[in-house]
Design a protein around this ligand. Structure first.
Ligand SMILES: [Zn+2]
Length: 273
């Protein structure tokens, strides 16, 4: 599943090709994906200029003067830049043509989404799908003090608190496991039993792990394809994720696998307390 780094890599990849470009045509080959496409999507953006790209959680945003298009890649989607004349393949559902080039949404499993937020309906942050999202981990709003304060009411395991996404977005299963390893925190530790000092280590670790994944072109899935069609390779550098039974890269102890909230967690008992 594309996680925050993959979406950010996609945004960085498409941004130079779409910023300031005018939409010359919109092609929809279905009525919708996870949800129906906006009924008048073509009319809404045809001949309009994409002013900027953005991202909120795993939603990639295309900002226009009168509103924003929200694109979610679902379980297996990707968004790529290609020549406008490229013939569509089976899973190519949406083309946004920008003259010679186009933005093409491919989504074999069709869990993705394309939604419209009109500026007349208020601030984008208040959109139904965005307003309950936690802070962005790569912004100044994500601090150890913030995480510590928010975690005071949570007695659930820190791993599950991170995955919930209502305090901080984008720390998916892989990144939570890797960040907790780097911070030396056992994934089973209750969130409200972790000190501010340890949250300082954790916020740094989360930023580092996400930044590393973005710099390496996203993680994880074999089928993840960035805007340039290249696959990501963050997976080669995991310390604990998917390494059950293998030696810890730091202490040579054995990496353990447990299940928390039906998700796999991987950790080292020596390095993570
Ligand atoms: Zn270890």
């Amino acid at each position: 599943m594309p996680e925050l780094p993959e979406v950010e890599v996609t945004r960085l990849g498409v941004q130079p090709h779409v910023d300031g470009k005018k939409v010359s045509e919109v092609v929809l080959r279905r009525d919708g994906l996870r949800w129906p496409f906006p009924a008048n999507l073509r009319e809404l953006i045809l001949h309009q200029t994409i002013l900027a790209t953005g991202r909120r959680g795993k939603y990639l945003l295309l900002h226009f003067a009168h509103g924003s298009l929200l694109i979610h890649l679902g379980m297996s989607g990707n968004l790529r830049i290609m020549p406008s004349k490229t013939p569509p393949q089976k899973h190519d559902h949406v083309d946004i043509l920008l003259g010679e080039q186009m933005l093409r949404l491919t989504d074999p499993r069709r869990f993705g989404a394309v939604l419209w937020h009109d500026n007349a309906d208020g601030s984008l942050e208040e959109h139904l799908l965005l307003r309950r999202l936690g802070v962005e981990p790569l912004t100044d709003h994500f601090t150890a003090e913030f995480l510590f304060q928010q975690a005071r009411q949570r007695n659930a395991a820190i791993k599950q608190v991170l995955l919930a996404g209502d305090i901080v977005v984008g720390v998916g299963n892989i990144y939570a496991s890797e960040s907790l390893f780097r911070a030396g925190i056992n994934p089973k530790t209750a969130a409200n039993r972790i000190s501010l000092k340890r949250y300082q280590a954790l916020t740094i670790a989360i930023r580092e792990v996400l930044a590393l994944a973005i710099s390496r072109g996203g993680s994880s899935l074999k089928d993840f394809v960035g805007a340039d069609g290249k696959t990501g390779y963050f997976q080669q550098s995991y310390f604990v994720y998917d390494r059950a039974g293998e030696p810890c890269r730091v202490c040579q102890g054995t990496i353990r696998h447990i299940v928390q909230g039906q998700r796999s967690s991987f950790y080292c008992v020596n390095c993570q307390k």
